[in-house]
Structures are given as structure tokens and as C-alpha cells.
Design a protein around this ligand. Sequence first.
Ligand code: HEM
Length: 139
Amino acid sequence: MNETTIAIVKSTAALLKEKGEEITTAMYKHLFANYPEAEALFENASADQHKKLAQMVYAYAANIDNLGALTGGIEKVAKIHVGAKILPKHYPMVGESLLTAIKEVLGDAATPEVIDAWADAYGFLSKVFIAKEKELYTA
Ligand code: HEM
């Protein structure tokens, strides 16, 4: 991630905190409509799953210049993902759905620069999760 991505994502943190649940609710709607095979993965998910995802997206935006603060949270979620059999191929599905949801909920505030920055930041976080999960799958 470059400096521009970091600055733009951080500048959206307050908005994401405010609209986080709306964004993640819209994200699941798009995910399950476009990738029905993803729905089965959430069979045992808790009812407040969208709140947890929203909190993590916000925490990521707020700490994007200090990712060490997220290490503990990432390890915990990676273990849960491995238990739910999440694979690398699922990350682009969530990424596309998340970007569509951000555009939908933020409207005019989701400028092309904001969308590009979030695409870059999501790609980075996906790689961190995929690497951690690979370690856990092969352990
Ligand atoms: C960077 C992207 C992602 C983030 C930030 C993220 C975040 C989270 C968080 C915060 C939780 C809740 C953990 C807890 O209960 O404490 C979770 C659980 C889960 N995530 Fe993800 N996730 C991501 C990608 C994915 C992908 C790609 C999939 C599959 C399509 C997925 C499926 C699940 C499932 C099935 C659970 C378990 C729900 C449950 O059993 O309650 N996640 N994730």
C-alpha cells in the first residue's frame, strides 16, 4: 500500500464507523446474491456476524498506519476462518461485494479515489489473512 492509500483509507474511518453495519449488511446481500456458494460457509455464523465484520473494517481503517495494533485480532479471526473452511478463492468474492456496498452506502462520498484506495487496502488485508490461514491449514 502506498501513502495515498493509507491517507485516503484513514480519512474514511469516521464515516465507516458511522455506516459500518449498513455497509456490511449490504455486503452480505451482494455476496449471497452473486456467489450463492458463499452462503453455506456462513451456516453456523452468529447473528451479529455483520457487526463483527463492520467493527473489524473500521478498526482496519483507523489503524492502517499502525497495523501491529491489529495482529491479535487478525490471528483470532484467521483461526475462526480456518474452522469455517474459508479459502483464498473466497477473498475476491467478499472484496467485490464490499466495494459495491461501500459505493452504495457512501454514495457521492465514494469517489473513484476512495474506491481505489479501499480496493488496494482490502487486497493487502486479504493477503495477510490468506498467508496466516495457509500457515494454520498446513500446521
Ligand atoms: C479481509 C476480509 C475479511 C475480514 C476483515 C473478516 C472478518 C471477520 C470477522 C471479524 C469475523 C468474526 C470473528 C469472531 O466471531 O470473533 C469473521 C468470521 C467469519 N468470516 Fe470473515 N472476514 C474476511 C473475509 C472472509 C471471507 C473471504 C469469507 C468467506 C466468504 C469469510 C467468512 C467468515 C465466516 C464464515 C466467519 C465465521 C462466522 C461465525 O462462525 O460466526 N470471511 N470474519
